[in-house]
Structure formats: structure tokens, C-alpha cells
Design a protein around this ligand. Structure first.
Ligand SMILES: *Cc1c(COP(=O)(O)O)cnc(C)c1O
Length: 433
């Protein structure tokens, strides 16, 4: 763990003495709005000249603690917490490319992100080019004059491809645009994108950050590394005066520390409304407090389960980059020295026929007793899913193949149970084949 990481997990952003009650745990500030001491105070806050809470769609005190805490763990300058990971991706990319811009994105992305980019962004006139994330020439070739962002996941799923982040960041910067990383699967406990050239991080806090499968949430972190003032014509929302923000360019008023997150909060979160509830913010803070301990255990158990699966005759392939046989093992050694996330997939020996492969996967999944059939990841409990008929069911045959998924593929998210019980569960289910 980097120095101070765990201390930040437990304390960043919250000062017990700041509220009279001195509660050591972060309180759930369940209030829709905030009482001003005077009209002058209200006027200054509305004009963004003075910091302070106004109305909970944009910010509330529990959310503010979560934002500072995740920003601290990622080494960022500021963060915006929102109602889901999906909202975090949407507001971050809209703020970069919302005015008819173009995005270059890995095609190894979470299905909801593919739908957002492919379908809804097409409706809005935002073009997205999808590239194989391992093909560096493809990233370079996809750049256009209108490109405003590169987007990828640090570790994708279900097949757990590890991104060569430094190389992709360099290409983004040559093109004069920021690299946005979805760091949901790795979390900052295993990988900090800032160390490899990324500029903005998004999270589904629903997964490992919360860690208990109770609450949806999302976070955008500005790492403060991208200089939007270098080509002001590309980012008019930051560089031009706007009457909504007091007629001053946001970059001039807030600078590198806060301009981008202020744009996200006061325009996109304010206008589109994907607010995070105080209760969910509290649940996610509770999760973050044990992040490194949980993630270490997830990683160790995931590797043990992967090694068992690799040795089983009914298994054709295990897509875990911690295994020496894996195509991304070299990248895992470089980017994930503290451990590999516990979300990965394995393929049953395939028959070449989708129906027959489905029937075999069904037999294994329905025989599991400890591992649960759930379309989620990053829960304290171990979860299994069948991507071809669940999370990726609307994909074409070609898209499935490109994503490395067949009807014989089963995804796992290994939880915090005793790993020997998980291995026994899988052994029993596989032996039944
Ligand atoms: C779940 C997930 C999302 C979307 O997050 P929600 O909180 O479900 O909206 C985005 N990216 C990744 C990698 C995810 O796993």
C-alpha cells in the first residue's frame, strides 16, 4: 500500500469536530436542502463565489466526505459522487465530448458503457470509435480533429484483459486529449491510474468500493494531470465565459484543482439529476474503510480458485492474468504487483455447438451451492454469471467473439468466503458434468 493510503481510507474528508456532535463515524446527513444564515450567504453560494451546500442534487455533506476520500485514494484533486457508476461515466464523458465531440474507446468495456456510447451517444451526435485495446496502432489511427477523450477500463471483464495504460495514455496525450479510466474492477487498492498517465478516473462504487452489494453509487475523480488550458478552443465549456457561472470562464475561476469537477457538478449533475442519496454515500464510505483488507483477500482467493480451475479436466481455459499461462500476465506483473482483481472467467471444454455449450454451463451453474447466480461483481459474497445469456445477451455473435465470450464461458466474482469452500463448491459442480 502507498504511504498514507489506509489512513486516507479511514479519515480523509471528515473532521469530527466540524459538527457539534463530534460523531467519529461519518453521519448520514439526510437533508434535501440547507438553511442559509442570510440572503447574502445564499447569493454568494449560488454565484459559486463561496463554497457551501445549497441543495442535495449537487452536493450534500455525506457525499462530500466520500468525494474527498476517493479522491485521496486515487491521488486526485477533486471528485464528484453520483447515483451510479453508469452516471459517473455519462457525466465525465459528456463534460469532455458533449458538444459533438468524438471518443476513442476500448471495445473491451462494461456492457452498460457500450450501450451508452453506441446507442445513446449516437442519438446525441457524439461519435465513438471502438478499438481493440491491445492494438496501439488502432488507438492512434482512430484520432480525429474532434476527438476529446480516450476511454478504457484498467482491468476489463469478464475476460480480465489488463490495459497497457502507460502506452495508451501516451497516445492520448500526443493527440492532446485526456485518458479516462474506469477503475471499478481494480480499485485504487490494486492499481492507481495516476501512476500510469491517466487523467480522469470513473468508478462504479456499487462494486468493490462499497463491497457489500447494498448500494448503487458512482464517482468521477479528476486527477488534476490534464491541462485543459493548453488548447482552450477544444474545451469551450471550461475556457469561455458562461452566464451560468458568473460570466467568468470556469478554468479562470477554479483552475486545475476544481474547474473540471465544478463543470460536472454544476452543469451535468445539476441538469440531468443523477444524485447520490446520503444513505448510499454512507454505505459506500463504510465499505471504503476496509477496502485494502477486503481487496487483498478477494485477490488471494481469486488466484487460488483460478489455479484450481486451471487444473480441472472439464475446464478448457481460465482467464485470470495472475496465471503464468495468461496472455496479459506480463501486463499484470507490471500494473498489478499487489494482486489481480477477483473478477475473471473460465471456459468449459467447448462442444462447438451453442446449445450444447449452454446446457453444460447451466448444469455447472445450477449445481453451485456457495457461489450465487447474480449479475453483479465486487460483492462480499462470491457470484457467478453466464455472460452470453445474461450481461452480454444482446451482443451479436461477432461482438461476443471479440469480447472473448462463448456459451461455454462462466464469469466469477470471488468473494470473502473461505476459498477452500469455494473450490469444493466448484469441484462438485464440475464433477457433475
Ligand atoms: C457495474 C459497472 C459499471 C456501472 O456501474 P453501476 O453502478 O451499475 O451503474 C461501470 N463499469 C464497470 C466496470 C462496472 O462493473
Amino acid at each position: 500500500m502507498p504511504e498514507g493510503f489506509v489512513t486516507a481510507q479511514l479519515g480523509a474528508g471528515y473532521e469530527p469536530g466540524a459538527v457539534a456532535q463530534q460523531t467519529v463515524a461519518v453521519p448520514i446527513h439526510q437533508s434535501s436542502a440547507y438553511q442559509f444564515r442570510s440572503l447574502r450567504e445564499a447569493r454568494e453560494r449560488f454565484a459559486l463565489r463561496e463554497k457551501g451546500f445549497i441543495y442535495s442534487r449537487n452536493a450534500h455533506p455525506t457525499q462530500a466526505v466520500l468525494e474527498q476520500r476517493v479522491a485521496a485514494l486515487e491521488g486526485g484533486v477533486a471528485a464528484a459522487a453520483v447515483g451510479s457508476g453508469q452516471a459517473a461515466t455519462a457525466v465525465a464523458t459528456l463534460a469532455l465530448a458533449g458538444r459533438g465531440g468524438h471518443i476513442v474507446a476500448a471495445h473491451q468495456l462494461y456492457g452498460g458503457t457500450v450501450d451508452l456510447f453506441h446507442d445513446t451517444f449516437a442519438d446525441l451526435g457524439i461519435d465513438v470509435t471502438f478499438v481493440d485495446q491491445d492494438d496501439l496502432d488502432a488507438w492512434r489511427a482512430a484520432v480525429r480533429p474532434t476527438t476529446r477523450a480516450f476511454f478504457a477500463e484498467s482491468v476489463a471483464n469478464p475476460v480480465a484483459q489488463v490495459l497497457d495504460m502507460r502506452a495508451v495514455a501516451d497516445i492520448a496525450h500526443e493527440a492532446g486529449v485526456p485518458l479516462v479510466i474506469d477503475n471499478t474492477v481494480a480499485t485504487p487498492a490494486l492499481l492507481r491510474p495516476r501512476e500510469f498517465g491517466a487523467d480522469i478516473v470513473v468508478h462504479s462504487a456499487t462494486k468493490f468500493l462499497g463491497g457489500h452489494g447494498t448500494s448503487l453509487g458512482g464517482v468521477v475523480v479528476d486527477l488534476g494531470t490534464f491541462d485543459f488550458s493548453a488548447s482552450p478552443e477544444k474545451w469551450p465549456a471550461l475556457s469561455e465565459p458562461h452566464h451560468r457561472f458568473g460570466g467568468v470562464p470556469l478554468w479562470d475561476a477554479f483552475g486545475r484543482e476544481a474547474a473540471f469537477i465544478t463543470l460536472i457538478k454544476s452543469k451535468y449533475v445539476g441538469d440531468l439529476g443523477p444524485a447520490l442519496s446520503p444513505f448510499n454515500a454512507f454505505q459506500i464510505i463504510e465499505g471504503v474503510e476496509t477496502l485494502n483488507l477486503r481487496v487483498d483477500r478477494h485477490a488471494a482467493s481469486g488466484l487460488a480458485v483460478a489455479a484450481f480451475l486451471e487444473s480441472h479436466p472439464a475446464v478448457a481455459a481460465v482467464h485470470h492474468p495472475g496465471l503464468a499461462s495468461n496472455r496479459w500476465h506480463g501486463l499484470a506483473e507490471r500494473y498489478l504487483p499487489r494482486g489481480v482483481p477477483s473478477v475473471f472467467a473460465f471456459d468449459l471444454a467447448a462442444t462447438g455447438d451453442d446449445e450444447a455449450d449452454y446446457a453444460r454451463a447451466e448444469k455447472v451453474i445450477d449445481a453451485l451451492r456457495v457461489i450465487r447466480l447474480v449479475a453483479n461483481i465486487g460483492d462480499a459474497r462470491s457470484l457467478a454469471c453466464h455472460p452470453a445469456t445474461m450481461t452480454h445477451n444482446h451482443m451479436t455473435r461477432d461482438q461476443l467473439t471479440a469480447a472473448g465470450i462463448s456459451f461455454a464461458t462462466i464469469r466469477l466474482s470471488i468473494g470473502l468466503e473461505d476459498p477452500s469452500e469455494l473450490i469444493a463448491d466448484l469441484a462438485r459442480a464440475l464433477d457433475a458434468l
